[in-house]
Design a protein around this ligand. Structure first.
Ligand code: DAT
Ligand code: MG
Length: 167
């Protein structure tokens, strides 16, 4: 359990509203100035941004992040792409956020991604698919643990909570 696990439960609210996921705006999207468009999608849905930073990813963190893909033929190209420039790592919080963000991001292969999804609207090819979103609550927990330090996550109350979740 990462050291920041106490933040997982937050200081108030119910745990199911505090599910978290990692979203990365990949280097192609930063170069194409799509950071704002990606953020806007999740903000408009009602999710809460609780962590965000711009960084240049190194080999160590990318090996951890994509450890399941190390044997794939495209892995060297994936590493080169993901370290080709800065990326924006974000933590989003809210009800069912892991599944919802995956649906909003769309198919891994941008050519198959439906219009209305981020990949379906902003990309054409699997090798430049604009965003990452964690694929399960467990994966999200693990990924947030190595992309963020405890002090980089902010527990805060949205003033519109009653309008997004009800009383
Ligand atoms: P996702 O990003 O939808 O979770 P994944 O975890 O299977 O998909 O793969 C991680 C990333 O690896 C994916 O976003 C883009 C890259 N990738 C996957 N399959 C690829 C392929 N066949 N050719 C090139 N890149 C690929
Ligand atoms: Mg994945």
């Amino acid at each position: 359990m990462p050291v920041w696990s106490s933040l997982w439960q937050g200081s108030s609210g119910t745990p199911e509203l505090q599910e978290k996921t990692l979203v990365i705006v990949k280097p192609d999207a930063v170069q194409r100035r799509l950071v704002g468009d990606v953020i806007q999608r999740f903000e408009r849905r009602g999710f809460k941004l609780v962590g965000m930073k711009l960084l240049q990813a190194d080999r160590d963190i990318l090996d951890k992040h994509y450890h399941q893909l190390r044997q794939k033929p495209f892995y060297p190209a994936l590493l080169a792409y993901m370290s080709s420039g800065p990326l924006v790592a974000m933590v989003w919080e809210g009800y069912n956020v892991v599944r919802s963000t995956r649906a909003m991001v769309g198919d891994t292969n941008s050519a198959e991604a439906k219009p209305g999804t981020i990949r379906g609207d902003f990309s054409m090819h699997v090798s430049r698919n604009v965003v990452h979103a964690s694929d399960s609550v467990e994966t999200a927990h693990r990924e947030i643990g190595f992309w963020f330090h405890r002090h980089e996550l902010v527990a805060w109350e949205c003033g519109d909570r009653e309008y997004t979740y009800g009383p």
